[in-house]
Design a protein around this ligand. Sequence first.
Ligand code: NAD
Length: 482
Amino acid sequence: MTGIKTWKLWIGGKAVPAVSGRTYDVVNPADGKTLAKVSEGGAADVDAAVRAAAKAAAGPWSSFSARARGKVLLRLAALIRENADELVLLESRNAGKPLADARDEIGLAADVFEYYAGAATKHFGETIPVGPAGLDFTVREPVGVCGLIVPWNFPLVIATWKLGPALACGNTMVLKPAAETPLTALRLAELAAEAGLPDGALNVVPGPGPGCGSALVEHPLVRKVSFTGSTATGTWIMKAAADGLKRVSLELGGKSPNIVFDDADLDLCVEKSVWSVFGNAGQDCCARSRAIVHRKVYDKFVARFVARAKKIVVGHPEKKGTQIGPLISIRQRERVCRYIDIGETEGAELLCGGKLPGGALAKGFYLTPAVFAGVGAKMKIAREEIFGPVVAILPFKDEAEAIALANDSPYGLSGSLWTRDVGRVLRVSRAVQTGVISVNSSSSVHLEAPFGGYKSSGLGRELGLKALDLYSEVKNVFVSSV
Ligand code: NAD
């Protein structure tokens, strides 16, 4: 990548400048330098993109059979794999991801399209026995134009979670990537055209939340809004989508519990737990940012966790051996640092991390992983989503207290529990109010299984076959036999 490229919006099957003519700088968080210039979408661009999507919905895309839609998705997956080196570098430089992480994510993006390519022909209606007077059956129909809004932490992957099922069901769409990370989405649109997706079926309009994202949510021709991002924005979107009764699905924030019982395999648990909160520099909605640990093993867990956290290699994303790259922006790092100050002021004990590395890393937005022990359940660092490399470790005395602490949160996205006791696994996994819970594991996402949150963590389930329900209407047809 030499020189600074200007990326345009993708509307109606071609790259176009913003109506305003404005561009903005996209920054590489690893060094603070301008990585690219991008046309800045606004309400007029969103309107053009939605109209292009509406035209495509009435045009060729609607005549593609489910099998033909699946073939387009398969070709798109193949093109992602063929162009993986370029996409990996784009994602790594744009989002500050270590190259190995970016490579995993690009591979996952292709996997998602392959999965929904197969699913397209397996999502259909049913016949219903209503009696001898006739035949009753249901058909699945696309919802129409979808507005898809995604955040900056997993830019391409989260976009595919929406695009895959939405395209498989025959919808058309406008994707609004986060202003910080639009590059892989724009490149994906080019690849989708190459894969045979008709013009206008997928439009990409990067821009700010207010003015660009909001125009998409409010556009009268948009029938469905699928959003991943903060709970505050999701709450606004749900209210705004009430006008016109748009369908809404929301994947929002989290403060996920990591419950460690005294019979856990502590070696495995500590190793996995460290990555479950510090992976992606803690910018993960599923981050297990509250470790809730039985008193009997609390000191041992804390000591091992701190020792492991100190060994994590924070470094330039393109340097071999780097395990954690920078945060997305200086603003995000300042926000996280404010929480570290708050934690200390609240009386929690900062045992390591929370420092800005100097030397070669001084110009990037790096932060060393921070571990707080002696955290009380009412402290802000135990309650609010920090979205950075910070963990709060709390003690508990028995199973009932562990469950109460885990549920003492407005969020309910994900969580883990560590124990060898099968009865306890069944009791606690049922009692914890989260959409996803993993046992003796910290994985949250399997693309074949539903993913989403309880309480303030969201509405609806993405991934798996359940996601197809988010992007289709059910029509019931009764045919009289007389
Ligand atoms: P954000 O809510 O600020 O922004 C997310 C997206 O919404 C961006 O594209 C942004 O431009 C857009 N947006 C902002 N204001 C808008 C408005 N008024 N109307 C329409 N669009 C608007 O969130 P963020 O800081 O970019 O991302 C971090 C948040 O995302 C965290 O809370 C995190 O937990 C959450 N997240 C959730 C999941 C999940 O699957 N549950 C996954 C990743 C991130």
